[in-house]
Design a protein. Structure first.
Length: 497
C-alpha cells in the first residue's frame, strides 16, 4: 500500500505538479482548520515511520487516518481478501490501542453506518455483506480461543441501490402515505395515472423507512395518522440532509389558519384539503415536481461552479508551487526558504523556542562539472537533494539556495541538536552510491550549523552564521560538520574552491 501511494503521488506530481496530499493541505488551510489537521493530511500516506512526526497530536491523527483507510477499503471491497484487510486494520498503531473485541465492534459499526449513509445519500454501498463480529474477532490478532468459532451475531447485509432508484430517473418517485386504505388507493391511482412512480406507506414510521430506503423526491402524506402523523414525519425527514430535499405535500381535512401556519412552520411545502380534488392535487404535486427539477438543475450548476473553482484553485496552487520550488531538485527554492525563515524567526521571537540553520555544500562539485559536464553535475545535485529530503524531518524545510548549496531550516532545535542532525546528513550523503549514466561514485558534503542567539536582530544574520560555519568546515578539510558560536571571530578571507 505504501509503495502504491508513493507511486500515485509521484504520477500526480509529474502530471499536475501537485499530489492529492498537497491538495488536502491547501483545502484544510483554506477552510481555516487547525494546522495539525493539515500536517496530518499532508503526510499520512508519505511518512514511513510515525516516530518521524514530533507532534504527538499529528502522529495520533495519522494513525487514525491509516486505520480508517483500511476499514474503508474493507467496506468498499478492495482487491484483497477480507482477511488481508483485517490484518491491515490490526497492524495500524491506532488499532493497537484497542482490544480485539473493540476492533471488531469498530469495524462492524463503521460497516453498518456505511450502509445506512449510502442509502440516505444515494451512494451504492457495495461490498459490505455478512460482516459478523464473532468471525471478525477471530480474524484479528490477539483474539482468544474462547471467541473463535463462537455464535455469529451483528450481521450487516449490503443493500445496493437498484437502477430504478436513481434520482436521475425520468419518472419522479412519489411516496403516498395514508392510513385509510380507500384514500390511499385513490391517491395511488391518480399519481400513477399522471406518470409518477408511486411508493406507499400506511403511517409515518413506515414512510420514514421508505424514504430512507427509496429516496422519493416528493411525499404526499395525510396529517392525521396513527403511530406518527404527517407533521412529525415532516420534522423527522428534515432531521437529515437528504430528507430536507424532499418536497412535502400534506393532506388535511381542516384548513384553518392556525393549522396551515403550523404545517408550514413544521417544514411542509404545500397542502391540499380532504376530500381532495384530483386536479388540484396533481397541480400541487406538479408544482413540487418543478421545484425538485429546478433544485436539481441549480445543484448541477453549483457543482459545475465548484468544479471550476477547484480547477482554478489547483492551477493557482500549481503556479505557487512552481514559484517556490527548485526545478532541478524539487526542493524549496531560495525565495521560499527565505520566506519560511522569516516566519520561523517571528515564531521563535514570540515563543522563545530555539531556531537553527544547517548549510551544506557538495565538496569539489566544480570538478565534477568541469570534468564530466553539467549533465553529470545536475544528476549529482538531484541525488544529493533526494538524500537530504529523506533525512530531513517533516516539520523542517530543506531547500536548494545556490548552485551546490543546500539549507535546512530546523525549527525548535538548538545548535547541538542541529549539529547532530547535520552529522546524520553528512553520513547519509557519504554512504550514498550514485549510479547514473553521467556519473558513478560517491560524493561528500561540508556542513555548517548556526543557532539563533539573543544578539541577532535579523534572520539573515543566522544564515550568515551558518555560512561562516560552512566556510570553517571547508577550511578544515571538507566532509565534516562545524557548529559556529555567534560570538566567534570571522575566518580569514581565504578563497576555498
Amino acid at each position: 500500500r505504501g509503495r502504491a501511494a508513493h507511486a500515485l503521488m509521484r504520477a500526480e506530481t509529474e502530471a499536475f505538479q501537485i499530489d492529492h496530499q498537497q491538495v488536502a493541505v491547501e483545502l484544510f488551510t483554506e477552510w481555516g482548520l487547525p494546522e495539525v489537521f493539515a500536517q496530518a493530511a499532508g503526510h499520512w500516506q508519505s511518512v514511513r515511520n510515525l516516530n518521524e512526526i514530533s507532534d504527538a497530536e499529528a502522529r495520533d491523527l495519522i494513525a487514525i487516518l491509516r486505520c480508517s483507510e483500511a476499514i474503508a477499503e474493507y467496506c468498499v471491497g478492495g482487491d484483497r481478501p477480507p482477511e488481508a484487510w483485517l490484518a491491515t486494520i490490526a497492524a495500524t498503531q491506532f488499532s493497537h490501542e484497542l482490544s480485539p473485541q473493540q476492533r471488531a465492534e469498530l469495524v462492524n459499526r463503521v460497516a453498518s453506518e456505511w450502509v445506512e449513509w449510502g442509502e440516505i445519500l444515494g451512494v451504492p454501498a457495495r461490498g459490505v455483506a455478512h460482516l459478523d463480529a464473532g468471525v471478525l474477532h477471530a480474524h484479528l490478532p490477539g483474539a482468544d480461543d474462547a471467541t473463535r468459532g463462537g455464535p455469529q451475531h451483528g450481521v450487516v447485509a449490503a443493500r445496493v441501490a437498484q437502477p430504478g432508484q436513481s434520482e436521475a430517473s425520468d419518472r419522479l418517485r412519489v411516496l403516498a402515505v395514508d392510513d385509510d386504505p380507500v384514500s390511499l388507493r385513490l391517491l395511488v391511482h391518480h399519481l400513477q395515472h399522471a406518470g409518477f412512480t408511486v411508493l406507499t406507506a400506511t403511517n409515518g414510521e413506515e414512510a420514514l423507512r421508505a424514504a430512507v430506503e427509496h429516496s422519493p423526491q416528493i411525499v404526499v402524506a395525510d396529517w392525521m395518522m396513527p403511530v406518527m402523523d404527517g407533521i412529525e414525519l415532516c420534522k423527522q425527514l428534515h432531521a437529515f440532509e437528504a430528507g430536507r430535499r424532499i418536497y412535502m405535500v400534506l393532506l388535511t381535512g381542516r384548513d384553518g389558519d392556525d393549522r396551515v401556519v403550523e404545517a408550514f412552520e413544521a417544514g411542509v411545502d404545500d397542502y391540499v384539503t380532504k376530500p381532495f380534488n384530483p386536479r388540484i392535487l396533481l397541480a400541487r404535486v406538479r408544482a413540487g415536481q418543478r421545484s425538485v427539477l429546478q433544485r436539481r438543475e441549480l445543484e448541477q450548476k453549483t457543482k459545475e461552479v465548484e468544479r471550476q473553482k477547484n480547477t482554478l484553485s489547483i492551477l493557482s496552487r500549481r503556479l505557487e508551487i512552481a514559484a517556490n520550488t527548485d526545478v532541478l531538485t524539487g526542493l524549496a527554492n531560495r525565495r521560499n526558504c527565505m520566506d519560511r525563515l522569516h516566519e520561523e524567526w517571528q515564531r521563535s521571537q514570540k515563543t522563545s523556542l530555539p531556531l537553527s540553520v544547517v548549510m551544506a555544500d557538495i565538496d569539489h562539485f566544480k570538478r565534477i562539472n568541469d570534468q564530466l559536464g553539467h549533465d553529470a553535475g545536475d544528476q549529482v545535485l538531484r541525488e544529493v537533494a533526494a538524500v537530504l529530503s529523506r533525512t530531513t524531518r517533516l516539520e523542517d524545510l530543506c531547500a536548494r539556495v545556490g548552485g551546490e548549496e543546500f539549507l535546512v531550516l530546523c525549527r525548535g532545535t538548538d545548535g547541538q541538536g542541529a549539529a547532530r542532525f547535520a552529522e546524520r546528513l553528512r553520513l547519509a550523503v557519504a554512504s550514498q552510491v550514485i549510479n547514473t549514466p553521467a556519473f558513478s561514485g560517491q560524493v561528500t558534503i561540508s556542513v555548517g550549523v548556526g543557532q539563533k542567539s539573543g544578539s541577532m536582530i535579523r534572520p539573515d544574520e543566522l544564515v550568515k552564521l551558518a555560512d561562516l560555519a560552512l566556510y570553517d568546515a571547508k577550511a578544515a578539510g571538507r566532509n565534516r560538520v562545524v557548529l559556529r558560536a555567534a560570538d566567534a571571530p570571522p575566518p580569514p578571507q581565504t578563497k576555498i574552491a
